[in-house]
Design a protein around this ligand. Structure first.
Ligand SMILES: Nc1ncnc2c1ncn2[C@@H]1O[C@H](COP(=O)(O)OP(=O)(O)OP(=O)(O)O)[C@@H](O)[C@H]1O
Ligand SMILES: [Mg+2]
Length: 265
């Protein structure tokens, strides 16, 4: 099944559960028959663990491959004042550099240039062109695991997605972060922005957080409970889907999947 209209990015403050949500969602969409390309857009890439890929099969991030950056943009990373292409050829990269994961998901480790590299550097030009290509031109479902923080909004990566999931944990800081993400996403023209509440410890807490998020104009898609099986799976370095596919975490992401399939396909 193709995933036209299923271009999803996952963002949020550091440590809220972005990678777990993105990776689990990718696996569950694949189990429902979608062809899925998962993109790791974090400079500390670890989406492969949640996807259940073997560490030795994971290549280095595209944005760290200086030869590829130079070959495609015409400039070596780090060269000041270099003239480089803002529109490099990238259409062959997803098929050539992605790796297979369980359930048929493919993983492309893109990475993210360090903050100091500036948003207009050759690596960023390549990263943005690659994500734009994946989101706008490829037929399969795309799930992008973003770097923590707000800088990626400034770099306009993933600007063309159909849905931005903002993962929120039950803290004031995380909610404040979500509100700013929501505003930036709107400025970038992303039409659908859903909050995913994570690590929720009671129904009362879920209701309280939902009320705050809705009060700020945000739509809440699902409340995922704090789940000890997630902690156990993370300790072992295995995917929660492989550790216990009927755990509360996976069941909640199933509900998120239902909402996505219902509203976006
Ligand atoms: N629902 C949950 N129940 C229990 N623990 C959770 C849950 N969600 C996330 N965690 C814990 O939070 C940690 C961070 O999760 P994850 O790596 O997905 O976050 P992240 O937002 O991608 O982090 P980073 O900003 O570093 O990329 C996990 O190691 C796990 O222990
Ligand atoms: Mg992460």
């Amino acid at each position: 099944m193709v995933g036209r209209g299923l271009k999803i990015a996952v963002c949020g403050k550091g440590g809220v559960g972005k990678t777990l949500v993105a990776g689990t969602l990718a696996r569950l969409l694949a189990r429902r028959g979608f062809k899925v390309l998962a993109i790791d857009l974090d400079s500390n890439p670890n989406l492969y663990i949640t996807l259940g890929a073997r560490p030795e099969s994971v290549p280095r991030p595209v944005s760290d491959d200086e030869s590829l950056v130079e070959e495609r943009t015409g400039a070596r990373p780090g060269g000041w004042g270099a003239i480089f292409s803002l529109n490099p050829r990238v259409d062959d990269i997803p098929d050539r550099l992605s790796i297979p994961c369980p359930d048929g998901v493919r993983l492309l480790v893109v990475g993210m240039p360090r903050a100091g590299a500036g948003c207009m550097c050759p690596q960023n030009a390549l990263v943005r062109a690659l994500v734009d290509h994946a989101v706008l031109e490829r037929g399969e479902a795309i799930v992008v695991d973003m770097e923590a923080g707000l800088e990626h909004f400034g770099r306009a990566t993933a600007r063309g997605v159909d849905l931005l999931l903002v993962v929120v944990e039950p803290t004031r800081k995380s909610l404040e972060h979500a509100k700013r993400s929501y505003e930036y996403a709107r400025e970038l023209g992303i039409r659908r922005v859903w909050v995913v509440l994570n690590k929720v410890t009671s129904d009362g807490e879920a209701a309280e957080l939902s009320a705050v998020a809705r009060g700020a104009g945000m739509e809440v898609a699902v409340a995922i409970p704090f789940d000890v099986d997630v902690v156990r799976a993370e300790k072992l370095g295995v995917s929660i889907v492989d550790y216990n596919s009927s755990s509360p975490f996976v069941k909640s992401v199933e509900r998120l999947c239902d909402a996505i399939v219902e509203n976006l396909t």
